[in-house]
Design a binder for this molecule. Structure first.
Ligand code: PLP
Length: 455
């Protein structure tokens, strides 16, 4: 009876979790987190964990930040809700848009608000389609994403995502969404192929795909500057420069999905800044509010906006928007969150502490289980392989990653296992001692994982 009454089992009695293995969860119970402070969260037994993935790659300023609580409370007291339909507005959303346009990579012109990364990417798909309809070329509709890219899980954004389990049971991708190669040099480069050669080959493949489909039918290319949920995949040198060239050649819009990269994660304010990407549209969420409240933003440049605005009268209203688009409390929290990121110079801190993260993880490259260590700034991953020489994965796939993840949790460190890849993405406020503590806990778990793998 006490087991059934515990929050861990009351939870599984009533919840169907995202990405669940439901029967296994029923048996194990949920992990119930009660509170958070800084880089730490605490479960109902009071056990402390370093949140090494910043929640879901998102809690940039850390947990329990009182300024964000106050920003939300003040706004909720003043105007808890108003919408942005029929040209209504409110101050926090105006001020946030001004700020985002000032910070954005490339020269952006307007902001459209949604509440999740998925909704923002769905909105991007619709805007691209509307834009080309407006320009009198409704056949220019295809959007190219990448294998292992992650853009969300709704019907359109889940189609953009390039992972099999997001498609398999749902008849995805929908029509007009296709995938080109994943820019993972370790996995997909030919023997002896340099990063630059690999990048040229992938850009060539994209060019061929667009030619084959017909450039007059291809509307946009979407990508995360550094891939996140697909395994923290850092593109090979010259990749983005070559991909952009192909897109420009065929009048294909570039959409930068900055949902994980944005607001300092890579050691630059945006991943696009790191690679010289000049997007036509930018997608932001997660660290935009440090996930204290749900909010996402889709920014578009003048070319896209003008295409839409000049033609709205001709083809009719852009029939898209959400009840919570630009929610006052969420936009107020985002403003204060960005202020904290600026005042505490968290982008510089991501670069500085990220250097420790990258250096200490790369020192594990010779470890018998480790195939590749990769990352940039404060996002990183360690991929386990059965054979370091042939890069052969473990069978069954994911078991070693799962074991390591479980051992980390036992030692008070929450990371994320993506198959046999373990991902790191701590809050941007982490200091040097905390970063070293995180890595010490990981190395303890890794040593136990090796013992287990050898037994
Ligand atoms: N885009 C990227 C790059 C993401 O990492 C995610 C979520 O992890 C999404 C979009 C989807 O965001 P959401 O889960 O808020 O729908």
């Amino acid at each position: 009876a006490s087991r059934a009454n515990s929050p861990e089992f009351r939870d599984v009695a009533v919840h169907l979790h995202p990405y669940t293995n439901a029967r296994k969860h029923e048996e194990k119970g949920a992990m119930v987190i009660e509170r958070g402070e800084g880089i730490y969260v605490y479960d109902t037994a009071g056990k402390q964990y370093i949140e090494g993935l910043a929640g879901l790659w998102s809690v940039a300023v850390g947990f329990g930040q009182p300024r964000l609580v106050k920003a939300a409370a003040d706004q909720l007291a003043k105007l808890p809700y108003y919408h942005s339909f029929a040209h209504k507005s409110h101050e926090p959303s105006i001020a946030l848009s001004e700020k985002l346009l000032q910070l954005a990579p490339g020269k952006m012109s307007k902001v459209f608000y949604t509440s999740s990364g998925s909704e923002a990417n769905d909105t991007a798909v619709k805007l691209v389609w509307y834009y080309n309809n407006a320009l009198g070329r409704p056949h220019k509709k295809k959007i190219i994403a990448r294998i292992k890219g992650y853009h969300g899980i709704t019907i359109a954004s889940g189609s953009l995502t390039g992972l099999p389990y997001n498609h398999r049971d749902f008849d995805l991708p929908i029509a007009n969404i296709m995938h080109t190669a994943c820019p993972h040099h370790y996995r997909y480069a030919w023997e002896g192929e340099s990063e630059e050669e690999f990048a040229s080959r992938l850009a060539g493949q994209l060019d061929e795909m667009i030619q084959r489909e017909g450039p007059d039918t291809v509307a946009a290319f979407i990508g995360e500057p550094v891939m996140g949920a697909g395994g923290v995949i850092v593109p090979p040198a010259t990749y983005w420069e070559k991909i952009q060239k192909v897109c420009r050649k065929h009048d294909v819009l570039i959409i930068a999905d900055e949902v994980i990269n944005g607001f300092g994660r890579t050691g630059k304010l945006f991943g696009s800044n790191l690679y010289g990407i000049e997007p036509d549209m930018v997608v932001m969420s997660k660290a935009l509010t440090s996930s204290y409240l749900p909010l996402s933003a889709l920014l578009m440049n003048q070319k896209v906006y003008d295409g839409i605005a000049d033609n709205t009268a001709k083809i009719g209203t852009f029939g898209h928007g959400f009840t919570a688009s630009g929610h006052p409390a969420a936009t107020a929290v985002a403003l204060e969150n960005i202020k904290i990121i600026e005042e505490q110079d968290l982008v510089a801190n991501a670069a500085k502490q990220g250097e420790i993260l990258q250096r200490r993880l790369r020192a594990l490259a010779d470890h018998p289980l480790v195939g590749e260590v990769r990352g940039v700034g404060m996002i990183a991953a360690v991929e386990f392989v059965a054979d370091k020489k042939t890069k052969a994965p473990f069978d069954p796939a994911g078991a070693v990653g799962q074991y390591c993840f479980d051992r980390c949790q036992e030692h008070g460190l929450i990371l994320r296992n993506l198959g046999d890849t373990v991902a790191f993405c701590p809050p941007l406020i982490i200091d040097e001692a905390q970063m070293n503590e995180l890595l010490d806990r990981f190395e303890t778990a890794l040593a136990e994982t090796l013992d287990w793998a050898n037994s």
